[in-house]
Design a protein around this ligand. Structure first.
Ligand code: FA5
Length: 345
């Protein structure tokens, strides 16, 4: 029995020495020191020994167990250290590698143009107003001198939600909304940027959803020359002193007289192309003197107060400023197009 215990110790120590990982070492622990292991097996034969030999064998068996347990413990710390070292080596960070480039976004060209226009008008003393995109028939048409059945409603083909609600076809409802809040008193000087919707067929210069910036100035003694001067400053600041501008007489039921402003086409330098439809000009805004009926409906005394208003097409301004040849580029999210407006490269 003594011989067998010494052999088992020898075998276990050999195995421990050869173990290459923690799992293998644990298998050795279970097989030699476990309840069903060979040492326990040997000790079962103790009954056949003499009373003198029995304590000797018990002590030897305990010694063998201790030697094996001690060896396992030592090997375990060696293997653990090795595992940590291996992990550290495999996870080393190579600080000399080039870093990953962080891609920065940039403002959409329309956002840029709108912010530029806002800054320009804020500099002239205007404040910014905002209104709902889902608008009532009253503010979109009736309060603007366009009663139900008025033929001029056809100028702006609309997306109706109910009989009385529609997606606003222009930002002009904000004229009526803003004036109403004033209770007929005091000056108004606002711009209102926002989305508008029309059942227009999409082409190079038309989109079914686009952006407008409404402007409204109401006070005593506001004249057509104030409107003309304002539009002149706007056009010169946006496009430079030498860019050609023209005002054409036009018609809007909510302004009288009414005008439209065209800017010479940048794409063809005025020679005529598919963007300006061969005319050399692109229409960028509608404007006029606020119609007395609109002032009165919003609570203003039209004998005391006058005003002017304008509605700028933001996409067209950006097209003319940046030389963009198709309005649809703004809405198709082609990164190659958008990247050209990055301020980071
Ligand atoms: C209006 O919408 C008037 N509310 C403008 C106005 C305001 C007149 C205040 C008088 C006083 P118009 O439908 O012409 O007008 O549109 C104004 C501008 O929006 C146009 O000059 C053009 O630049 C732009 N625009 C019109 N339709 C489209 C479209 N489908 N896609 C892109 N831009 C458009």
């Amino acid at each position: 029995m003594e011989q067998r215990l010494v052999e088992l110790q020898q075998e276990a120590l050999e195995g421990i020495k050869k173990a290459t990982d923690l799992k293998e070492l644990n298998d050795i622990r279970v097989s030699y020191l476990g309840k069903k292991g060979p040492i326990t097996e040997v000790l079962k034969g103790m009954g056949k020994l003499s009373a003198e030999e029995r304590p000797k064998m018990g002590a030897l068996a305990n010694e063998v167990r201790d030697v094996i347990a001690q060896a396992i413990e030592e090997k375990q710390s060696i293997l653990e250290e090795e595992a940590v070292a291996k992990k550290l080596a495999s996870e080393t960070i190579d600080v000399t590698l080039p870093g990953r480039q962080v891609k920065t976004g940039n403002h959409h060209p329309l956002t840029r143009i709108i912010e530029e226009i806002e800054d320009l008008f804020i500099g002239m003393g205007y404040t910014i107003a905002e209104g709902p995109e889902v608008e009532s028939d009253y503010y979109n048409f009736e309060a603007l001198n366009l009663p139900k059945g008025h033929p001029a409603r056809d100028m702006q083909d609309s997306f109706y939600i109910t009989e009385e609600l529609l997606l606003r076809t222009h930002t002009s409802p904000m004229q009526a909304r803003t004036m109403e809040k004033q209770n007929g008193k005091g000056p108004v000087k606002i711009i209102c940027p926002g989305k508008v919707y029309r059942r227009d067929n999409d082409d190079a210069t038309h989109s079914h959803q686009f952006m407008q910036i409404e402007g409204l100035v109401v006070d005593e003694n506001i004249q057509m020359s104030d409107l003309k001067g304002t539009l002149d400053v706007f056009a010169k600041k946006m496009f430079g002193e030498d860019r050609e501008i023209r005002l054409r007489p036009s018609f809007f039921p909510f302004t009288e007289p009414s005008v439209e402003m065209d800017i010479s086409c940048k794409i063809c330098s005025g020679k005529g192309c598919n963007v300006c439809k061969g005319t050399g000009w692109i229409e960028v805004l509608g404007a006029g003197m606020v119609h007395p009926n609109v002032l009165e409906m919003a609570g203003y005394d039209s004998k005391k107060y006058t005003g002017f208003a304008f509605g700028i097409g933001s996409e067209r301004i950006a097209m003319l400023k940046y030389g963009i040849d198709d309005i649809r580029h703004y809405y198709t999210n082609d990164v190659r197009f958008l990247k050209q407006f990055s301020i980071h490269e």
